[in-house]
Design a protein around this ligand. Sequence first.
Ligand SMILES: Cc1cc2nc3c(=O)[nH]c(=O)nc-3n(C[C@H](O)[C@H](O)[C@H](O)COP(=O)(O)OP(=O)(O)OC[C@H]3O[C@@H](n4cnc5c(N)ncnc54)[C@H](O)[C@@H]3O)c2cc1C
Length: 394
Amino acid sequence: MGGPKVYLDFTEEQQMIAQMAREFAEREIAPLDEDYDFNRPLTNPEYKEIWSRLQPAFANVISDMDLSDLDFIAIGLFVEEIFKANPSLVCTVGMALAPAGMIYMYGNEEQKERFVPPILAGRKIGCTAITEPDVGSNPAAIQTTAVREGDSYIVNGTKTWISNGSISDVVALICRFSDGDDLSMGTLMVDREESPYETNELPHIGLKAFPTSELFFTDCPVPAANRLGGGNPGRGKGSKGLSMVFQGFEYARTLLALGSVAIAQASFEYATAYAKERKQWGKYLGEHQLIQEMITDMSVSIETARFLVYRALSLIQAKKRCEREASMAKFYATEMAVEVTSKAIQIMGANGLSDEFPLERLFRDARMLTIPDGTTQIQKLIVARCHLGLGAFS
Ligand SMILES: Cc1cc2nc3c(=O)[nH]c(=O)nc-3n(C[C@H](O)[C@H](O)[C@H](O)COP(=O)(O)OP(=O)(O)OC[C@H]3O[C@@H](n4cnc5c(N)ncnc54)[C@H](O)[C@@H]3O)c2cc1C
């Protein structure tokens, strides 16, 4: 039981953050289960209400971090603890805030002033839209267009499987610009009030409170001033607009891997406690050797994944690129969580399959994470490309 089981020479301050995060999760996040139904997608007002309750507490927990020089290891320890408490909610919050990071890195002063404070305060819910019905693993092929007309872009296209899409107030929309000679790919900030778009919710197997949705843009006018990073000459794979997205993937993939470690850890703790309580053949389940084998395999996989995740985070901390390390962590940890939650169910027998216990939910939640931000297969191709210097992507 308790905190992360990895020794990576965390500083005293980082360990304090992990401790505060554990207490925060118990005090602030666990009780939300009584007030909200996390078995269906959160609505826009529900999310705003939850965030207004959580935000001051979040600010309190992270107040010890120096925001001018973020400690990504401490953030990792924090995220791991709160992910364990409610994976759906953490995904919703993380994706709602993500566009603020993108604007902070690539926006001009006016865009920062306009978009970042309402997103961080929870007055506006963010989402990031890349995937389209015919474009999944190869984002360089996106078809959504933004055609310049005077001071606006006219947007046409459909996005799909967008986290928080249905409840979003603002979209970081990755699209193909047509602006004179410039046909590059890039990001347009679309404010739903100013530029209305339609959405449709897509139900899915796990992370039930986390909305995923289709977004429809039909002749939707968006102020040209909302384009991030100005003109980014170039198109397709080499464009700066797309590399903006790819660099963000390294952090996003590492955090998803960390979420998978947290889900696996929660299921491991549940299964080990059960194996010490239930008896069959006159002895505890945990005294049967084949159960012990599963416990050992689970713990080794979780700790291997955790090492991969914190190694990627330490590279991010050192302001180094970590494409290979983030992809390794993402595919290993997400696949590991599917296997570990499945073994945890096996240890609990039929009770593992029952919705009276948390394991079937943890299994469904884990199953969600091998797909987003690049599937397992895509991560493996990236790792191999880093080693070989030869790409399988044409
Ligand atoms: C929970 C969740 C949240 C998401 N959130 C967002 C979001 O916020 N914004 C957003 O833009 N998108 C989001 N997505 C979409 C996600 O990024 C895509 O689903 C993902 O990139 C894969 O695309 P696809 O589903 O179209 O699969 P496809 O690309 O059609 O792939 C299908 C299968 O083919 C394999 N495959 C594809 N290409 C290759 C290849 N070259 N070699 C070998 N195998 C290959 C894949 O690994 C997969 O197994 C989300 C998805 C999920 C499940």
